[in-house]
Design a protein around this ligand. Sequence first.
Ligand SMILES: C[S@@+](CC[C@H](N)C(=O)[O-])C[C@H]1O[C@@H](n2cnc3c(N)ncnc32)[C@H](O)[C@@H]1O
Length: 263
Amino acid sequence: MEGELYKGEDYKTEFQPQNYLKTYYAFDSGTIAENEVLKFNLNNLFETFSPGGMGGDILIDIGSGPTIYQLLSACEVFREIIMSDYTELNLREVDKWLKKEPGAYDWSPAVQYVCELEGDRSKWQEKEARVRRTVKRLLTCDVNQPRPLGSAQVPAADCVLSLLALECACRDVDAYQAAIQNLVGLLKPGGHLVTLVALRCCEYMVGSRKFFVLSLEQETVEKALQEAGCQVLKCQYSPNKYSEAFCLNEGFCFVVARKGPGA
Ligand SMILES: C[S@@+](CC[C@H](N)C(=O)[O-])C[C@H]1O[C@@H](n2cnc3c(N)ncnc32)[C@H](O)[C@@H]1O
């Protein structure tokens, strides 16, 4: 992978949502490696947000990107979902899907997969309607700010979800630690932080653009959460990798942590 490495503010001009979706979320028609990553992610989200497990009033998704797959299980157990991203273009892409506008991404293969996990693949249209009803707001965010959602009035959350975003947004481990702390600040005491991290990753492609990724070990992720006053309840490792042409990484970890009383 040669050429310029984009990061930070470059996301606002160089990250093309449609290219990202085509490469990593084609699912049924996509490449096997990317499909396996998405399945690992959907399976873990299903386990985490099954009825009887975690749930509540407010879930805030941070660094949502142009995707909605991360909400397919959570929409069943939270009253309200707030999505957020650093770039307006990503929020616009999500909004297209929420409003069923022409050109909106087709998430139905992933939706059907999750409905099958829940026991009835045929209910996928009901689930899409539920996601559309449950997502109440789309906000801009910056995880590197002590208040990632800026001046937006947002109640303390029962759950903060952030998948594959912090390692893209943070330039070094100190910034990662601070970003985790910033996300914990959005939670109620006892609330949960759920995150998926691509491990030992240094870059990924979105169309012809190459983006920086902070290389993290599983232990670094767990330590950052503990130092932010959280108890790590689950840390599920997977040896999955993306296709080498798209992204260089060595495994993933899916983590669920609870904010402690002193955090
Ligand atoms: C690899 S994408 C992940 C998108 C989505 N969460 C997913 O699971 O596919 C990385 C996302 O991080 C966002 N991002 C980059 N810098 C950020 C920042 N400082 N604060 C919040 N999000 C940021 C990007 O806009 C992009 O949507």
